[in-house]
Structure formats: C-alpha cells, structure tokens
Design a protein around this ligand. Structure first.
Ligand SMILES: Cc1ncc(COP(=O)(O)O)c(C=O)c1O
Ligand SMILES: N[C@@H](CCOP(=O)(O)O)C(=O)O
Length: 527
C-alpha cells in the first residue's frame, strides 16, 4: 500500500473480533520425553519445536540455513498460538484479536495482554521446556541464538523465523555482586541481572525485537504500517530505531526536549530515525504519540503495546535458567511506565504455570521519589491512583508521572506479594556510586533499585542469605554526565559522599611521589 494514500485518509485500524480457535489435543507420545533427550537434541524423537541445529549448508548465512533446514526437516504442527485479549478480563470475556491485527486497546479502552494457548504448551512437561531452552543457549542457530527467540514458542509462536528481526539480544550477564553484597549489605547471595549489557544498552531490546519482527510480518502481509513510532525517555527510542534500521523500516521518535542523556539522544539520530524533540515531558510525548498513531499508519511501539512485554518477560525466564531453575527470593526492578514489572511477573508466572518451577519470587518495584505515582498508590493501600507531575531526576528514563501500565503493575505486585519502594536523588546517586566502587558501572535507575534493596535489608524485610536479584536496566555508559556531576561534587544540595575526583598533580617526580605516598598510607591504615 502506498504511503501517500494511507496518509491522505485517516487511518482506521480494523478491529475485527476473532473467536479463539479450538484447541486440538496433540498425540500424547511426546509427553514421555526425558530431559536427557536434549543432551543431543537432534536425537529427539519427539515432535519438538525446532530443537536441532540446522545442518551447515555451504555458503549459506544463518537465516538461509534456518530456511533450508525448515524445508528439509518440517516440524509437526504443535498448535502453539497466541492472541490479544483484554488485560485481566474474567473467564467469561470472549473479546480477542489476532496478533496480525493493529490494535492496542480493548473495546472498553483498557489494556490488552498477549494470551498464549496454555493448554497446548502444557501438553509438554516442565522438564521438556527446561531442556529445550537450555539446549539453545550459546548457539548461533537462527533465531534461537537470541535469548528472546530461544523461547520463541512462548513469545510469538506463529511468526516465521524468516520474519524475525534480531540482534541476538538477551542472554545477558547475571553478575554475582560478591563484594557489594558482603561489604555494604552483609549479603552473600546478591545478583545483578545486567539487562543493559545489550545491543542498544538497555532491556528495551528484548521487547523491541518482538515488536519490530511482528511489524516486519505485518508489512509483508501488506498491512497499513508505513513506520513505527514511540514516545521515549531515551531507551525505547534507541532500541526502536536500531531494530527498524536493521530491517529497513522507518522509525519516528518523540523525545521530551532536554530531558534525556546525550548518549540516548544520539542513538536514534545515528540510526536514521525521524526524531522530534518536543517541548514537553515524557507524559506529554506519550499522549501525542497515542493521538498520532490513531490517525496515521504509524505502529505504536511503546509498552502500551503488549507485544513488547512478550520479549521483556524472557529476562525473568532467563534468570531462572541461569540459576538452574532455582527460584530466587526477591527480584527488584526499577519502574517508570511500568510495563517491565508486569513482564517480569508474566515470565515467572508462565514458568510456574508450565511446571518449570514451583513458585515465583517476590517482586519489588523501585521508583524515583521525584516520579513516584506507583509508590504513592501502594502507600495508600491501593485505594486511589493519582498521576503525578514527574520532577526532574537523575534517573531520567523513569521520569514518568502517568504510567500507561499502572494496572499491569498493580496486578504483578498483588500476585507476587510485592513491595514498592522509592529513592531520593541523593540515595540513588550514592547507591550508584557505591556499586560502581565495587567494579560495576550501573545506570541511575539501577541506583534506584539498589536503594530499595538497601532499605529493605536495613528494615530486615530482606534477609542476609535471601537470594536476591537486582535488575540493572541500562548501561552506565549512557549516563556518564550524571557520574561526572557526582564525582565533581557538582550537584546542588548533595554531599556526593563517595565522590572520587581525579587529583591534579605537577609533572615532576617529587610531586607524583608525594601524592602516591599519601594515597598508599591512607589505604594501609584501612588494613
Ligand atoms: C533504563 C530504564 N530503567 C527502567 C525503566 C522502567 O521500565 P518501565 O517503563 O517498563 O517501568 C525504563 C523505561 O521506562 C528505562 O529506560
Ligand atoms: N523508559 C522508557 C519510557 C517508555 O517506556 P515504554 O516501555 O512504554 O516504551 C524509554 O526509554 O523511553
């Protein structure tokens, strides 16, 4: 469809209702698969979802290899499917939409959720899924080399591997924070899930690979999608522009002027996005992109779009996998627009529902005190939600006052015996500096999550031996200015207790020796 014709007439998304397709029970013989089958998955006799690595076809790239492999080794139809349903609708609700429709809201205006055919997935035992996912880690097989697509059957089961746009995201480091845990928190089982060590430097890659892949599919189906757009505090726009650029799809990003870091601003610019710097805050940009995507053939890429959360939930599955399917006691996630806290809940819940684990961790959502609508709601006993005007915060990516996923977040917290905490600017910057001093290089949002941990540890809610995972959401290198300000003690009304500024010294041997002696003595006295 020509872009011009779409732009002339206001775009109206077709919201055809679909009835759920009836589930056909698969033949039961594969229920007997043992995990050991996957020592060499290609030996499996089960009608497994593509477990075996494709044979290497000389001269082929990995996408072509996967294509040829699927022709020579056709997989049985496992009936895995997913559809949009209204979020948290009761069992009597029959409203649903195909994932190939362009729809972001339910008929009543509420949020949507991607619902998988759980009974089809349940036909396979938990041991099968654990072994399948484990068999795909660390390979380059398309698309399973991605931490997201290694869980394809739970993410977008029906998309062709050929339509997938991936940078082999996911499989991020789960870092044992040994020194930080021992020295500052008297903890011995503290971990940091470094989701920011990723293609564009944040966890947004996990969701964006899914959304842009589906857009790729929709465009091949001649659906009216000329470009993909988002409002952003920096990370969503970086991920959107990179994945779109990789697939040759136009991207449009709405950024609040002067409210995101330089590194984040340059990402969509470099990736060729159409960048609008708008004189408002994130909530203002979000409102505008919602209005614009209702009128123009621009597909909405914010986490209001539940496709994103299907990718983001794989970080939770990955944590369990990295712990050999043992469940941590606590997982702490910084929250802004609040899609991610629900994504974590969903990933953990699916693992429990499908028998991979027998419980889920308690979730903590951490907010900046300058942008804390969820915290205030929690403190009111979930009585009344009021959006706030988000004030400036060093955790700029979560400077959000009217989060679109508020209902999803409340659901996640209520169903995981969860807690909400907040961090002042000084607390989050000190926590970041303290963590950096033990060898990390985290972003201020992770400083918010660490502050929540410090508070819950000090109050005894989190115990010294509780296995705890702090989710680090972006790479510290995106936020160097905040670190420079801190270490220069150049922040109004902040003591910057752990500032470590460089020492200026004359270029002569004596002066250098003097400062070094002083430094070494100060270290010696601490032994
Ligand atoms: C670095 C970073 N951390 C945390 C968040 C919060 O995630 P969510 O909006 O899903 O709550 C965001 C985005 O909002 C982010 O960019
Ligand atoms: N921090 C986000 C804010 C938008 O969140 P989204 O998950 O709804 O896209 C960003 O980086 O833009």
């Amino acid at each position: 469809m020509a872009a011009s014709s779409l732009l002339q007439s206001p775009y109206l998304a077709s919201k055809t209702r679909t009835t759920p397709s009836r589930y056909v029970k698969p033949t039961p013989h594969f229920l007997s698969i043992k995990a050991s089958t996957f020592d060499n998955p290609s030996k499996s006799t089960a009608p497994s979802p593509t477990t075996s690595a494709p044979t290497t076809y000389k001269g082929c790239n990995i996408r072509e290899e996967a294509r040829r492999h699927s022709l020579t080794h056709p997989q049985p139809d496992n009936n895995f499917s997913a559809k949009y349903v209204p979020f948290n609708a009761g069992p009597t609700c029959s409203e649903s939409y195909s994932l190939d429709e362009i729809v972001y809201r339910s008929q009543s205006g509420g949020l949507l959720d991607v619902q998988h055919d759980i009974s089809a997935l349940k036909a396979f035992p938990g041991s099968y899924w654990r072994a399948l996912f484990d068999s795909r880690v660390g390979k380059t097989t398309w698309p399973y080399g991605s931490g997201v697509w290694s869980k394809k059957e739970w993410v977008l089961p029906e998309i062709s591997s050929d339509d997938i746009v991936s940078a082999f995201e996911g499989n991020s480091n789960l870092f044992w924070a040994e020194r930080y845990g021992k020295q500052f928190l008297n903890m011995n089982d503290l971990w940091v899930k470094h989701c920011g060590i990723s293609h564009t430097g944040s966890f947004k890659d996990l969701g964006m690979t899914v959304l842009v892949s589906q857009v790729n599919r929709l465009r091949k189906m001649n659906k009216p999608v000329v470009g993909v757009g988002c409002a952003s505090t920096g990370d969503t726009s970086a991920a959107l522009s990179a994945y779109c650029a990789s697939a040759g799809i136009p991207s449009i990003v709405f950024l609040p002027a002067n409210k995101i870091s330089m590194a984040q601003l340059v990402q969509p610019i470099a990736n060729g996005a159409f960048v609008l710097s708008i004189d408002t805050d994130f909530d203002g940009c979000m409102q505008l992109i919602r209005e614009v995507t209702a009128e123009l053939p621009i597909y909405l890429a914010n986490s209001l779009n539940s496709l994103r959360l299907e990718g983001q939930k794989t970080a939770a599955i990955e944590i369990l996998q990295q712990f050999d399917w043992e469940v941590p006691e606590w997982v702490i996630v910084p929250g802004g627009n609040l899609g991610n806290i629900y994504a974590f809940y969903k990933g953990f819940h699916m693992c429990k529902e499908l028998g991979l684990v027998d419980r889920i961790p308690r979730l903590v959502c951490a907010q900046a005190a300058n942008a804390n609508p969820l915290y205030l709601y929690y403190k009111s006993g979930w009585k009344e939600f009021k959006p706030v005007k988000a004030n400036s915060t060093f955790a700029s990516a979560i400077q959000i006052g009217d989060p679109v996923s508020i209902d999803r977040a409340v659901y996640a917290l209520q169903n995981s015996n969860g807690i909400v905490e907040e961090a002042t600017e000084e607390e989050l910057m000190d926590a970041m500096a303290q963590a950096d001093s033990t060898g990390m290089f985290i972003c201020p949002h992770t400083g918010v999550a660490l502050t929540a941990l410090i508070k819950l540890r000090n109050s005894g809610v989190i115990g010294p031996t509780d296995r705890t995972v702090v989710v680090s959401t972006a790479h510290g290198l995106k936020f160097t200015q905040s670190k420079i300000d801190y270490h220069s003690s150049d922040i109004k009304d902040m003591a910057c207790r752990i500032a470590n500024p460089p020492v200026s010294v004359k270029a002569d041997f004596g002066s250098v020796m003097d400062v070094l002696r002083k430094y070494l003595l100060s270290k010696e006295s601490k032994y």
